[in-house]
Write a protein that binds this ligand. Structure first.
Ligand code: F6R
Length: 615
């Protein structure tokens, strides 16, 4: 959580940092701040609120000159969002200035020690403790900033991506990472620092991603020196060429990133299977799977670990893997798995699913699984992310940047990758007939076009949204492959509209939730032709007889549900295992329109952040 940006070079830092913070706002948006240095005075401005609030205030408060600068957009961990707790933070002398993404877990004991030594603190943050610890070390050891940062970080327990500069060293910024991402863009005699590459993509395509426990001293005119924080050894910089382009991280004419990303799903899904699904030859080619085929085929079971929407994709995968490849699957919340002493060994395959590749709980879960000898396969969207790097092998979803905080295209592309893997394993195990296998491949190829058709319901979904936008609660019901879609639909609605919503397996309704049903309760029921259709129709009848309002998600041409439901939204027909890729679309649109009609900030819902890099 939190986004950090820094610049040192020959340009004015302010516009670069401001624009960069706007691009990183998806990482946190409860407060923001910038410090600029022109070699004489440090100018610092920070405020509770969004980057736009900072912009409005900053230009009145300080002069915006300086070719060195750092900026921060916050998702509060220690200390409520307010001006004082916002970053950057000064050290007591006013010489050092820091920005930080992460958590210093032992900050209280460090703070007590520093207080004993005469340090005072303005904020409640762990970050202000860190900058004073660095200052203390620097004074005690009479050493340079880089060395002081290194010594201080060796006393710290927690996670961090930091950038810090010293008033007495106008040509250098020191950065370090452990558990939170940090990229350094390399331009001509200039350097960019950021949580991801989006803030500097128009300036350079060359970037270094710091590894955990690495730090770098970034010097104007002189370049970068990377070291291991623990043993001080030098690290040769590995410069990567970025594949990202500006278009991908802009709204492209859409009102919100979420809507853009919903509409990108046909092409995102296509990009996910492009080059992997060769339907003419009836082949699925995925290097990460082929190279580790034995591990998969000999696995006692597959354990899927993930959080939030990615966990829902994992639940869909459970149905697919068990149904097609006949491999037992368990799906675990990463946050529970990591702390419950799971029984796991070298005969297990763990699949970690994560859009950002930075989710702290998922990362910890795979480290635990690896330590017990399990083989870890990562399904991530962000290339080079921590989970992608920590996994033994993996497959990217290739969805392109997802910036809207509510996950949309990540979900459908994760299901696409997981379907490909399940089909490949099913073929290798002989648990699918060659004609079924071909049918699946052909149907998967048709999905992008069918998602496009499903998107055509947008205007109708909007009218449904208008009718139910003032409801206080929603229920979402589905069975089989579409039970996880019900969970996902409910999550989408609650996270962006703040309406309480629950997802249930349709048949579970009569074990409790049915008590909630009255004429004020809208119930979204996924009732596609394939998969327990008749049973879901019975569930709809049960709701109807209790006056609930039914919004049915049905297969095109459906008649039975149409007669019973208050509204039906049609999706094209496909094979059962692929229905989640279509039924999800109207649910995404429904939550989008309701949130918008209620005046909510769709792309930046309250209290949330895109990458949850803290526990
Ligand atoms: C919901 C949402 C979150 C994420 C969860 C995991 O719309 O975005 O529930 O799915 O925080 O994030 P990743 O996939 O990045 O590990």
């Amino acid at each position: 959580m939190c986004g950090i940006v820094g610049y040192i070079g020959h340009r004015e830092a302010y516009p670069i940092i401001l624009k960069g913070l706007k691009r990183l706002e998806y990482r946190g948006y409860d407060s923001a701040g910038i410090a600029l240095y022109d070699g004489t005075d440090i100018k610092l401005s920070k405020t509770k609120g969004k980057v736009a609030d900072l912009e409005e205030r900053l230009e009145k408060e300080i002069s915006t000159t300086g070719t060195l600068g750092i900026g921060h957009t916050r998702w509060a961990t220690h200390g409520v969002p307010n001006d004082v707790n916002s970053h950057p933070h000064y050290s007591n002398s006013g010489d050092l200035v820091i920005i930080h993404n992460g958590i210093i877990e032992n900050y209280e004991s460090l703070k007590k020690e520093l207080i004993k030594r005469g340090y005072t603190f303005k904020s409640d943050t762990d970050t202000e403790v860190l900058v004073n610890l660095i200052e203390d070390v620097k004074k005690k050891e009479k050493t340079k900033l880089g060395k002081a940062v290194q010594i201080a970080l060796n006393q710290v327990v927690g996670a961090y991506a930091i950038a810090v500069f010293d008033k007495n060293k106008p040509n250098e910024i020191v950065v370090a990472r452990l558990g939170s991402p940090l990229a350094i863009g390399i331009g001509e005699d200039e350097f960019f620092i950021a949580s991801d590459a989006s803030p500097f993509i128009e300036y350079t395509k060359n970037a270094i991603y710091l590894e955990d426990e690495e730090m770098a001293v970034v010097r104007r005119h002189k370049g970068i020196k990377i070291r291991k924080i623990k043993d001080d050894s030098l690290v040769a910089p590995y410069i990567q060429e970025l594949q990202l382009n500006l278009e991908q991280i802009e709204k492209g004419g859409y009102e919100h990133f979420m809507l853009k990303e919903i509409y990108e799903q046909p092409s995102a899904i296509l990009d996910t299977f492009r080059g992997r699904l060769l339907s003419n030859e009836a082949i699925i080619k995925m290097a990460g799977v082929e190279d580790n085929m034995k591990k998969f085929l000999n696995a006692n079971r597959i354990i899927i670990v993930a959080c939030g929407t990615s966990w829902h994709a994992g639940l869909v995968a459970e149905y697919i893997f068990e149904d097609l490849a006949r491999i037992p699957v368990e799906v675990e919340y990463a946050s529970e798995f990591r702390y419950r002493n799971p029984i796991i060994n070298e005969n297990d395959v763990v699949i970690a699913i994560s859009q950002s590749g930075e989710t702290a709980d998922t990362l910890a879960a795979i480290k635990l699984a690896k330590s017990k000898g399990a083989f870890v396969f990562g399904v991530c969207n962000v290339v080079g992310s921590s989970i992608a790097r920590e996994s033994d092998a993996g497959a990217y979803t290739h969805a392109g940047p997802e910036i809207g905080v509510a996950s949309t295209k990540a979900f459908t592309t994760q299901i696409t990758v997981l379907s490909l893997i399940a089909l490949r394993l099913a073929r290798a195990k002989g648990t699918i007939s060659s004609s079924d296998y071909r049918t699946h491949l052909l149907e998967l190829e048709l999905i992008p076009g069918k998602v496009k058709t499903a998107l055509e319901s947008d205007a109708y979904v909007k009218t449904v949204a208008d009718i139910y936008k003032d409801a206080k609660n929603f229920l979402y019901l589905g069975r089989g492959y579409n039970f996880p879609v019900a969970l996902e639909g409910a999550l989408k609605l609650k996270e962006i509209s703040y309406i309480h919503a629950e997802g249930y397996p349709a048949a579970e309704m009569k074990h409790g939730p049915i008590a909630l049903i009255d004429e004020n309760m809208p119930i979204v029921v996924i009732a596609t032709k394939k998969g327990h259709y008749e049973k879901v129709v019975s569930n709809i009848q049960e709701i109807k007889s209790r006056s609930g309002k039914i919004i049915g998600i049905v297969t095109v041409g459906d008649k039975q549900v149409k007669e019973l439901a208050d509204h039906v939204i049609e999706v094209p027909e496909t094979i059962e295992s692929l229905t989640p890729l279509l039924t999800t679309i109207p649910l995404q649109l429904l939550s989008y329109h309701i949130a918008l009609m209620l005046g909510k900030n769709v792309d930046q819902p309250r209290n949330l952040a895109k990458a949850v890099t803290v526990e």
